[in-house]
Design a binder for this molecule. Structure first.
Ligand code: OKP
Ligand code: ZN
Length: 343
């Protein structure tokens, strides 16, 4: 399969994220994509191609216009207020009892649009995030044109970003943008399977009330793990989307046997839905030595994920999400992709 990649991801290189009371180096860093790209080349997965420009429309089909304007201008506003020495991070949020209205001041605006203080906005964030969306759209367009599969090797990731919300290192929801674009090309049914360790709260929220995009996610139980406030098993979609969301939360310490069972259950739900295209939010932070996660999949088990996905026999767009064990991220991601091709 082809890999879509652009060097522009380097433009997102945050200096600090608030973690455990400390301002720490950001774990979502450029080396992640470099390691995966090196492995794509080493294993000869296929041609590496550059993304095309799709304009703003596919972004606006998923994200709120005011949010996109904010994201595009946030760094300049932050720099004007605080200088450019430090990344832009929020410190207050419109939580319970506060009014849900967008303030004028940049500090208020960041709180309005952010879900955490771990997702720094930098000088290059807009360029990197829009390129990551283009990478995902280009992979979707390859599959739409008849390729059995394609790999969107982008960063920053996207699955925590909702229509008007950034967080969890995500700004634009690359998987949702690809899925919506496919729908807008006339593809009747799209399924998204999110295998990142963290629940894809943004993707779920975007398609919550819709039956034309099925969302399934296998992830650490939000009672224990980020993003804490979505991803429980009883969330099944709303309105017209009732029954079109399926969450498989698993406890800390989950190993392959329990993971495989959830993966099989999620895949059976997708088979029942019968999508024309499958979008996989591919996170490999389920790895046993991931520095911020607590599942216990070994490198040898990622190919088994790829083999199960191949069994769905659907045109498939892989969109890169998380995975923070930089040394092994390439091996683990390619484990899934190469086994998918082999299966
Ligand atoms: C993004 B993706 C760790 C703080 C957790 C958020 C994790 C975001 C994961 N001390 N920060 O789903 O891989
Ligand atoms: Zn994750």
């Amino acid at each position: 399969m082809k890999t879509v990649y652009s060097e522009n991801h380097h433009r997102q290189h945050g200096r600090g994220e608030l973690t455990d009371g400390y301002l720490m180096p950001v774990v979502e860093k450029p080396e992640r994509a470099e390691m995966i790209l090196a492995r794509v080349k080493a294993e000869g997965l296929g041609e590496v191609v550059a993304p095309h420009d799709f304009g703003r429309e596919p972004l606006a089909a998923v994200h709120d216009a005011g949010y996109l304007d904010f994201l595009e201008n946030a760094w300049d506003a932050w720099e004007a207020e605080h200088g450019g020495e430090r990344d832009a991070l929020p410190l207050i949020w419109p939580v319970r009892t506060l009014r849900q209205a967008r303030p004028e001041n940049i500090d208020g605006k960041i709180g309005y649009y952010a879900m955490d203080a771990g997702t720094p906005i930098t000088a290059g964030t807009w360029q990197a995030a829009t390129t990551s969306a283009k990478v995902s759209l280009t992979a979707a367009s390859l599959v739409h044109a008849g390729a059995p599969s394609a790999f969107a090797l982008g960063r920053p990731p996207g699955h925590h970003a909702a229509a008007d919300l950034l967080g969890g290192y995500c700004f634009l929801n690359n998987a949702a943008i690809a899925a919506q674009w496919l729908r807008d090309q006339g593809v009747p049914r799209v399924a998204i399977l999110d295998v990142d360790y963290h629940h894809g709260n943004g993707t779920q929220a975007i398609f919550d009330d819709r039956a034309d995009v099925f969302f399934a996610s296998i992830h650490a139980d939000p009672r224990q793990e980020f993003p804490y406030f979505l991803g429980h098993a009883d969330e099944t979609g709303s309105g017209a989307g009732e029954g079109h969301t399926a969450n498989f939360p698993l406890p800390w310490g989950t190993e392959w046997p329990a993971y495989a069972e959830a993966l099989d259950a999620a895949c059976r739900r997708i088979e029942d839905y019968g999508p024309d295209v499958l979008v996989v939010s591919l996170g490999v932070d389920t790895f046993e030595r991931d520095p911020i996660s607590r599942f216990r999949l070994s490198s040898g088990e990622f190919p088994r994920i790829g083999a199960r996905l191949a069994g769905l026999k659907r045109p498939t767009v892989f969109v890169m999400e998380g995975g923070y064990a930089v040394e092994e991220i390439g091996v683990n991601a390619l484990g899934v992709l190469a086994a998918f091709e082999g299966g």
